[in-house]
Design a protein around this ligand. Structure first.
Ligand code: PLP
Length: 401
């Protein structure tokens, strides 16, 4: 059974042809979790095997001088240009998001030593909260918690109510991992700055799906994943952004040789590089940076505004179907209704969803189950079709008790 609305939306979709650029298998009927792990591009399959044969296999140790050594900054610059609104020299790729958050938060606190508080919200991703709890204990700082509604997120008013002369840093997610709430990053950044605080945005769920303008918004620091909407593959390394004007003074805590001005001098003391390279620590994850590059080229080709446009149409369509087929049967929508305040995923709740999800996965319908009883439907603009959305909602409807 098809749905004429889905067919018409796919036929009118200017980005529909990009779906052909990704690897897919018949067994997966609807992939609704591209926000946890993006599909691989066909170009990445070729790039990875070519790398083993012709770069690693043929160039061996010479590859470091020829390009690998610079990749954390060259690929970082490309992420900045295509997806972050960041001029070159401000983005690096290195560790997991968790470790980059640790480095950047420590650097920010040391840059505001007279201030004692860090603002964060109770719905932020666990690793963000845990890293902050650890650093607060380590550095004798206080966490100031914002508690947003669970189906919404942190607003400018929330931040204005707590940011003050003691605030060193505000750490928030641009798109909330559960509700999908899209925070007003430019306004919140301004409010934090008016209080004399620094801002760190976690972009894990926005990079590659929502336009980001870090330079224009005046953002101090940012970090984000590359295995979600940047399709870098499982465990591909995260990126960090440090505004140019802060680089000479901010010091990160994991002082490794790769962050020094001249690593191969092998000198007696740590002398940090004076630019973005100082935020690196150890040998860069070269293989992990390969696939990101192919997705960045597709994003550059499609354009972030067209991607955002499709994302809004996908989330509007899934909500239309949810309202029609699931809400009358007791399913609750736990995401914002206003498309301007929504990222590229929608979360719904029902007490049966743990069992429903297991049955969906067995049929090749793949959403993301979130405890206690949420289903997160991640709609990745270049890979998800409207027909997949329709199949997903119909399958949930069929499995509801
Ligand atoms: C996915 C995600 C992370 C993941 O961090 P890792 O170090 O890659 O495990 C962190 N923060 C947010 C907001 C996320 O959505």
């Amino acid at each position: 059974m098809t749905d004429s609305r889905a067919t018409a939306l796919d036929a009118a979709d200017p980005l529909a042809a990009y779906r052909e650029q990704f690897i897919r298998t018949d067994e997966v009927v609807a992939y609704l979790d591209g926000n946890s792990l993006g599909r691989p591009t066909k170009a990445s399959a070729a790039r990875l095997s070519d790398f083993v044969a012709n770069s690693w296999g043929a160039r061996l140790i010479r590859g470091w001088d020829e390009s690998w050594y610079e990749m954390p900054l060259t690929v970082g610059d490309r992420i900045g240009e295509v997806a972050l609104g960041a001029a070159s020299g401000q983005v690096f790729i290195g560790d997991s998001t968790t470790v980059i958050l640790y480095k950047l938060i420590r650097a920010a606190l040391d840059a505001r030593p007279e201030r004692s508080e860090i603002v964060v919200d109770t719905d932020n991703f666990p690793t963000d909260r845990f890293i902050l709890q650890g650093i607060a204990a380590e550095r004798g700082k206080k966490l100031t918690w914002i508690s947003p509604d669970s189906d919404a997120g942190v607003t400018a008013d929330h931040v204005a109510a707590v940011a003050g002369p003691d605030t060193a840093l505000v750490v928030l997610s641009h798109v909330a991992y559960r509700s999908g709430y899209l925070a007003d990053a430019p306004r919140i950044t301004q409010i934090a700055h008016d209080a004399g605080a620094l801002v760190l945005w976690d972009l894990c769920h926005s990079v590659g799906s929502v336009p980001v303008e870090l330079d224009e918004w005046g953002v101090d620091l940012a970090a984000g994943c590359t295995y979600k909407y940047l399709n870098g593959g499982p465990g591909s390394p995260a990126f960090g952004y440090v505004r140019a004007e802060h680089q000479a003074t901010f010091r990160q805590p994991i002082q490794g040789w790769m962050g020094t001005a001249e690593p191969f001098v092998m000198g007696p003391e740590y002398e940090p590089h004076d630019g973005i390279r100082r935020f690196l620590s150890g040998t860069p994850p070269v293989i992990g940076m390969l696939a990101i590059q192919d997705m960045l080229e597709l994003i550059a080709d499609a354009g972030m505004n067209a991607i955002r446009d499709k994302s809004e149409r996908l989330t509007a369509f899934v909500l239309e179907l949810i309202d029609e087929k699931l809400v009358p049967r007791g399913v609750a929508v736990s995401s914002p209704r206003d498309p301007a305040r929504r990222g590229s995923h929608v979360t719904i709740d029902h007490p049966s969803f743990a069992e429903v999800n297991a049955r969906l996965w067995a049929q090749g319908i793949i959403p993301d189950f979130r405890r206690p009883h949420g289903l997160r439907l991640g709609l990745s603009p270049l890979t998800t079709s409207f027909e997949e959305v329709r199949l997903g909602v119909d399958a949930i409807s069929a499995e509801l008790p």
